[in-house]
Design a protein around this ligand. Structure first.
Ligand code: MG
Length: 293
């Protein structure tokens, strides 16, 4: 497919369910006829069913086009991007909320990944009681959720993430962590699983921000910590709310669909590109990076 101002581009993805298929990497301005917020036609199979690899043309008004990016930093979400931790978080949410009479499914947990604990609890509490929960109850439920999460083993690194980070380092790109997590073991976990990859002063955590995703604040702070402008970075996200935050910050946002949600959920949230896994993004990095220099 033709890309404005660029040559035709095709990424091969041999590590995904699409092995052997061409993954078309294209971009363009919003096609009004195609709809400004739904680039995939309704009924398009999800990634697991497999015919779509990469998608885009959702040009947010202030989001730089691919051809105007001069990449200096990559802003990484954590859960579901760097660590395969989302199944554990979803289990913990369902268990804890159910315990408190607040029905929540795993899908809802995945859909709302990235919200603050308070926001997630109030979302369900409002559905049941039509009002916000008290701060005391929120604290109690959130502590229980953390305890449930801690019953699981340490999550594994997401396949492909470490190799992608090594490629970024090789290419002189600065990785920045942007997570809503405030786990006190977080830094130790990075020292163990991603040694030397992230500098402490280039990490945005729950302690740094007032508003969580989908507010752009975390990613705006990531840009600031990296010392770069919006067109000098990209965001890598797995959650629709995280994608919204990246786009709202004016940053070109790549979705990796590492969970059970349909591709269309991430694309409707505004993702400019979508890969089926971090491994696929890693495997296609060189071809993508050519477009980001
Ligand atoms: Mg995430």
């Amino acid at each position: 497919m033709t890309v404005e101002g660029k040559d035709n581009r095709t990424c091969m993805n041999n590590s995904s369910p699409y092995a052997g298929e061409d993954a078309k990497l294209t971009e363009g301005h919003v096609n009004q006829a195609e709809t400004a917020c739904s680039p995939i036609p309704k009924g398009t199979p999800s990634s697991s069913e497999g015919d779509l690899l990469l998608k885009y043309p959702l040009w947010g008004k202030s989001v730089p086009s691919l051809s105007s990016i001069h990449l200096k930093a990559v802003l990484f979400d954590m859960d579901g991007v760097l660590f395969d931790s989302m199944p554990y978080h979803a289990d913990a949410w369902v268990t804890s909320m159910t315990k408190y009479g607040l029905p929540m499914t795993r899908e809802v947990a995945f859909m709302n990944e990235g919200r603050t604990g308070m926001s997630t609890i109030n979302l369900i509490y409002n559905e049941v009681y039509g009002k916000d929960a008290s701060k005391e109850l929120i604290d109690e439920i959130y502590l229980d959720k953390c305890n449930e999460f801690a019953k699981h083993p340490d999550p594994d690194r997401m396949p492909g993430a470490l190799d992608l980070l090594k490629k970024l380092k090789r290419d002189g790109i600065t990785p920045v962590l942007v997570t809503g997590s405030g786990q006190h073991t977080l830094f130790a976990r990075f020292d163990r699983d991603y040694p030397g990859m992230f500098e402490r002063d280039k990490m945005v955590t729950a302690y740094d921000v007032k508003y969580g995703k989908p507010n752009p604040e975390p990613y705006l702070m990531g840009l600031k910590k990296a010392g770069v402008k919006a067109n000098e970075a990209i965001v890598i996200e797995n959650a629709p709310i995280g994608v919204q935050a990246g786009v709202a910050a004016g940053v070109f946002t790549i979705a990796v669909n590492t969970g059970p949600l349909k591709d269309s959920v991430l694309l409707d949230a505004g993702a400019h590109l979508l890969y089926p896994s971090m491994q696929a993004l890693c495997d296609n990095w060189e071809e993508l990076f050519v477009q980001l220099k």
